[in-house]
Design a protein around this ligand. Structure first.
Ligand code: MLT
Length: 389
């Protein structure tokens, strides 16, 4: 049996993936092997030592202390792409809201509550509608910063909407590159992209390297008519520099899913309460993907879509399975194999993958194993965590 601790409201479709004969799922589980969460900030939580993995039903993982978990041998999963369609649709809304004064016009109409003559109202609206005129997005240039699961589908959709699309991603994955239309023009630098775009949409994770990527220097490169869409994370844009750029006319607008007090009450800023992925479909997709990845890790040791461990998968070969994490230094794997040889255990298949400072291994052994072998492997210098599944 495995225990799963949940945080936040996880879609019942995801929770129903855990079969009752193998899992107990509760927000109160005292010694869980797996943690399933959405936006709960785990930086201040002390997780029990039983935890082997944490799965986020969402793309961003800045609410999880990933580096600490890596040192503790806890695998962190996310669900790239599972909510991409929801975010994409809201970005289309953001583009339209940013180019037509839909919001101002709708508010104006609601303010006419004391008019009772529809003829009079019609005349007034025809006279006043010029106040809410805008421009079209067709023919405008969209700059997409970050061409991962979300950035690449937005780039493709913007082409369908008649926009010119330029993209920048120094670390684009092969998978994302395959998904990207050849009509998306690749920019050699973010500076070049910022200088050319009419709209800039940000799709990078919140990591130290992207903190305040949009700041006074990068804002100064943009067209004075440019508008920025931030449906990624608050930290990517310096709020102070954004306010200063809007005040001075350096850029024309900011559309963001991450409100901050200094941004309120401005006509050139449109704010939403982090609802990019808040659709029934996205919540279900994320929960199902997170639950499936967590189960495959707990039951088989396989790793798919982890942000701190290497992707690792091996079909079961019967017999018993050992998995272990070790510091990515020479001799550890050799020493573990020597432990197995001393115990006269026959290796049927194995895989060893590394990522940064850690390595992860799956070894299938003929026959049954008892837990004493886990203790012997754990004693090997450099081994962080061992499981026998
Ligand atoms: C994500 O990280 O997937 C989105 O920002 C939505 C969310 O945080 O739930």
């Amino acid at each position: 049996m495995f225990n799963i601790r949940t945080y936040n409201a996880i879609s019942s479709k995801g929770l129903s993936r855990f079969s009752a004969d193998k899992y107990t799922v509760s927000s109160e589980s005292a010694s869980p092997e797996g943690v399933l969460l959405r936006s709960q900030k785990l930086h201040t939580e002390v997780l029990p030592e039983s935890v082997l993995a944490a799965a986020r039903a969402g793309a961003g993982t800045n609410n999880i202390p990933t580096e600490d978990y890596t040192e503790q041998g806890i695998v962190v999963f996310n669900t790239p792409g599972a909510n991409a369609n929801a975010v994409k649709e809201l970005i289309v809304a953001g583009l339209l809201l940013g180019s037509r004064d839909i919001f101002g016009g709708m508010n104006y109409v609601q303010e006419l509550g004391d008019m009772h003559d529809s003829g009079e109202m019609g005349k007034l609206l025809e006279k006043e509608k010029k106040r809410f005129a805008g421009s079209e997005i067709t023919g405008k240039t969209l700059g997409v910063v970050g061409l991962g699961a979300i950035g690449s589908i937005i780039a493709n959709l913007a082409l369908d909407l008649g926009m010119n699309v330029i993209g920048y991603d120094p670390a684009i994955s092969v998978e994302a590159a395959w998904q990207l239309s050849s009509q998306v023009e690749r920019m050699e630098s973010i500076e070049a992209l910022l200088a050319r775009a009419d709209f800039i949409t940000l799709h990078v994770p919140a990591i130290p390297a992207t903190k305040h990527l949009i700041n006074k220097d990068t804002l100064a490169l943009m067209k004075s008519s440019a508008k920025i869409l931030n449906f990624a994370r608050e930290e990517i844009v310096s709020t102070d520099d954004m306010v200063a750029a809007l005040d001075s006319g350096t850029i024309a607008g900011y559309i963001s899913d991450f409100p901050a007090p200094a941004l309120l009450g401005r006509k050139d800023v449109l704010l939403m309460p982090h609802i990019g992925a808040s659709t029934e479909e996205a919540e279900e997709n994320c929960a199902v993907m997170a639950a499936d990845q967590l189960m495959d890790y707990l039951e088989n040791g396989n790793i798919r879509n982890s942000v701190n461990y290497p992707p690792t998968k091996m079909a079961r070969n019967g017999g018993s399975r050992i998995t272990f994490t070790n510091n990515n230094v020479p001799k550890v794997l050799g020493s573990v194999l020597a432990v197995l040889a001393d115990a006269e255990l026959n290796v049927v298949d194995m895989v060893n993958k590394s990522r940064g400072d850690i390595a992860y291994n799956i070894i299938d052994i003929e026959g049954d194993l008892d837990q004493s072998i886990a203790a012997a492997i754990a004693d090997v210098d450099g081994v962080v965590r061992v499981r026998i599944i």
